[in-house]
Each structure stands twice: as structure tokens, then as C-alpha cells.
Design a protein around this ligand. Structure first.
Ligand code: 7TS
Length: 420
């Protein structure tokens, strides 16, 4: 029976055809400044395929009602669609149960939830230690700084080397009896580095410490299996994986979510309420106070269906081709330096060009319809590590092409000419 199901899934995978894929994304076909758009800011957010746009339209056209409340037809339909999306997410990351999937606003809210709830529940106390890395997004730094009164959680930082790889030789030395969590990024949004999170999780567990993985940049590119990783928490945002904004996921092992107190109070997260006291709902509802982003959840489910319609190895292959080609072409440019040269990378290229400020690069290249990110990418500690005010960043998705990389190359040559 299982074998039969497997065969059906494999047969139904779409052939990886770049023209057909691009046809799925209406926004890729617009013009900007009279030029065809070249969208290279996918680490910030991805464009949305028609199937996601249609799922959102369909929900508001035919299903809109509040969930978990009414016994009437529409409410049950909306509840079913929303809970089906939760099931799709559970399958997508191979969680053990749907009760481990908490809908949140995004990765940022997920990390704030864990920090706040751990602190409130006494799993993290004043004077305790949390291990982060030098390549964290601000979303995985600031919550740990603000959760305790007087900034009382000690943050230990795993450093990075010149290539943008974590220096893990003495990782075991980071752990003391005060260490309560390792919270680390799976793939860096600025450097593209894929971190060896499975090894880090193993070392942390050998020291009796749980691990949160910030998977925001991993889910659009790689297959994630939370049971295989054995992480205790895994967080990501829907909008970076072809889904809508305002929706994201906190995965947590039941053993932790059960003992952690609620993050916010309100409807849906309670079982009974009186002025004398309140009892809380079961997982996952305990962490989902108020009307959730119903359409966001449904849109995220559609995005997962879209990603899953391809064989992941074809996505990885295409993206590796983009990374290699873009690296080669950009390095042809005199004075261009790539920041982040780890052996294991996703298609993200941060770079500087001698004598030209990244903001000038971003602004000028925009006139050619090329969308690049410039700035610190919410990773100021990385900028400090490389002694840079900012970088330009091209980040690719599987709908990007080598022709777009050629346009980026030519656009940068033009920028250089303007400054010579
Ligand atoms: N963690 C990582 C690794 C990220 O790349 C981002 C967003 C976040 C957390 C926060 O995600 P949010 O959806 O909650 O905002 N990264 C970027 C970026 O690279 N450019 O814009 C946002």
C-alpha cells in the first residue's frame, strides 16, 4: 500500500521546465522603468504563483467565515481548509503531529514566542545563557536581549571565519550548566552559508541543551525534516517560500510546547474562563490567541503544494547552476568582491565593488529593472565582522534564469562605467 502511494506521488511530480515555472508567477512578467523586471531579492520575499493567488481569492470568494467557532457550513469549511493547511505543513517538514505546528505571523514572531514563553515559564531565567552565532538575523538576536528585564540573558556567540562558515571546533566549550538554548540560523540570508545544523543539534543534545533552528532561508531551497534533524524548535515565514505575508510557522516538540505557558491571551487559546482563573486549550490552539490569519494559512498550504509539485533535487540542481554561474560572471567584474564563500551555499551572493557605495549600486541598477537588496540585511554583526557598512545582495529563487544573471552582470558593468 505504501509503495503504491509512493509511486503515485513520484509520477505526479512536474517536469522542471523554467518557462512553465515562470508562467506561474504573474509578477515576473511586469516591467519596471520600461524594462523587464529582474527580481533578485528573493531572500527578502519571493513572488507568488497563480495557485497561491487563486487560493486566496477562492477563500474570500467562497469560504470566508471565522474558524473553530460556528457550527454552520461556511465556518466548518473555513476551519477544514485552515486545518488542512496545518496538515500540509506537518507533512512538509515531517513533524510527528499537527499539534506541533503553531501558526504565527512569521519567523520573527515565532522566536519572540519561544523567548517570551520560555522566560515566563522559568525555562530561561535571569543569568542563564543562550548560544547564538555571529551570522544571525536580528530576529534571532533582539528577542533574547529584550526578554529579560535588565537584559539579563547572557548571549554567547559562535564566531564565523573569513569564508562565512561557523567556527565549530570548540563548540562544546560554549556549554555551561547555565546554557538553556542554542538558537541558530539554518541558512544565512546574507552569506548563503548552509550551516551543519544536524551536528550542532547533536552536540547541544549531548550537553543536555535544546535547539531552535531559524529555517527562514532553508524552506524555499532544501528539504527539511525536523525529525531527522531532531531540532526542538524550527521556525520559518510563509512569504519567503512563495506564500503570503503575515503567516509563518513555529514547529516545537510536544514535550516543550506542553510545558511552555501561552504567549498571548484571548479567544481560541482557552478552555474555560472566569474572573477567578482560566484554563488553556490543547496544543496547538494554546499558542494561537484570537482569530488567526486564516487566509494566510490557506495560502501557505497552497505554496507548499506548489513547491511539492516539483522534485526537490531538480530545484537544488537548478539553483546550484544559478549560484555557480552568478559567482563566475560577477567575479569577471574588476573590483567586485563576494562576501560569503562557504563551501555549502544556497544561491545568495552578497558583494561589494571597490569605490562604489552599495546604495548607489542598488539605485542605479533599479533603472534597468533589476531588483537587488542593499544594506545590512538585518545582520549588522556580519557587517561588523567584515568591517563593511553594507553590501549589495542578489538572492535567487528557482524561477530565476542565467539570462537574468547576464543582465545583472551587464547592469553592474554600467554602474562601474558611471563611476570611472
Ligand atoms: N531569519 C532569517 C534568516 C531571515 O532571513 C529573516 C528575514 C528573518 C529571520 C525574519 O523574517 P520575517 O519574515 O519574520 O521578517 N530576512 C530578510 C532579508 O534577508 N531581507 O529582508 C528580510
Amino acid at each position: 500500500m505504501l509503495v503504491e502511494n509512493k509511486e503515485i506521488v513520484e509520477v505526479s511530480k512536474r517536469i522542471f521546465n523554467i518557462d512553465e515555472i515562470r508562467a506561474d508567477f504573474p509578477l515576473l512578467h511586469r516591467t519596471v522603468n520600461g524594462k523587464s523586471l529582474v527580481y533578485l531579492d528573493n531572500a527578502a520575499t519571493t513572488q507568488k504563483p497563480n495557485s497561491v493567488i487563486e487560493a486566496i481569492k477562492n477563500y474570500y470568494t467562497f469560504e470566508n467565515a471565522n474558524i473553530h467557532r460556528g457550527l454552520y457550513f461556511l465556518s466548518e469549511l473555513a476551519t477544514e481548509s485552515f486545518e488542512n493547511a496545518r496538515l500540509r505543513i506537518k507533512e512538509f517538514i515531517n513533524a510527528l503531529s499537527v499539534s506541533e505546528i503553531i501558526f504565527v505571523r512569521g519567523a520573527t514572531e515565532a522566536i519572540n514566542l519561544v523567548a517570551t514563553s520560555m522566560y515566563r515559564g522559568g525555562l530561561l531565567n535571569d543569568g542563564d545563557e543562550v548560544i547564538l552565532s555571529e551570522m544571525e538575523h536580528h530576529a534571532n538576536i533582539v528577542p533574547w536581549q529584550i526578554v529579560a528585564k535588565n537584559n539579563n540573558i547572557k548571549i554567547k556567540v559562535i564566531p564565523i571565519d573569513d569564508d562565512g562558515e561557523l567556527i565549530l571546533d570548540n563548540l562544546s566549550d560554549f556549554f555551561t550548566e547555565k546554557t538553556k538554548l542554542v538558537s541558530i540560523v539554518h541558512i544565512s540570508n546574507t552569506l548563503g552559508t548552509i550551516n551543519p545544523v544536524k551536528e550542532i543539534i547533536k552536540t547541544a543534545h549531548d550537553n543536555g541543551v535544546p535547539v531552535l533552528i531559524d529555517g527562514s532561508q532553508a524552506v524555499p531551497h532544501t528539504k527539511v525534516d525536523v525529525q531527522d534533524l531532531d531540532c526542538d524548535f524550527y521556525v520559518f515565514s510563509g512569504h519567503k517560500m512563495f506564500g503570503p505575508t503575515g503567516i509563518g510557522v513555529l514547529y516545537g516538540k510536544t514535550e516543550f510546547l506542553k510545558i511552555m505557558p501561552p504567549y498571548q491571551g484571548g479567544g481560541d487559546m482557552i478552555r474555560t474562563v472566569s474572573f477567578e482563573g482560566t484554563t488553556f486549550n490543547d496544543l496547538p490552539n494554546k499558542f494561537e490567541a484570537g482569530t488567526p490569519n486564516i487566509v494566510g494559512g490557506i495560502g501557505l498550504g497552497a505554496a507548499i503544494n506548489y513547491i511539492d509539485s516539483f522534485d526537490n533535487s531538480e530545484i537544488v540542481l537548478h539553483e546550484k547552476g544559478l549560484l555557480d554561474y552568478a559567482t563566475e560572471r560577477l567575479l569577471e567584474i574588476d573590483g567586485l568582491k563576494i562576501i560569503g564563500t562557504a563551501k555549502m551555499k544556497t544561491p545568495v551572493i552578497s558583494f561589494t565593488i571597490d569605490g562604489i557605495h552599495p546604495y548607489d549600486i542598488g539605485t542605479i541598477i533599479d533603472t534597468d529593472g533589476i531588483a537587488l537588496r542593499t544594506g545590512h540585511h538585518c545582520t549588522q554583526p556580519i557587517m561588523k565582522r567584515y568591517n563593511l557598512p553594507a553590501t549589495s545582495r542578489a538572492s535567487f529563487a528557482f524561477y530565476n534564469t542565467k539570462e537574468e544573471i547576464d543582465k545583472l552582470h551587464d547592469g553592474l558593468i554600467k554602474v562601474k562605467r558611471m563611476f570611472s
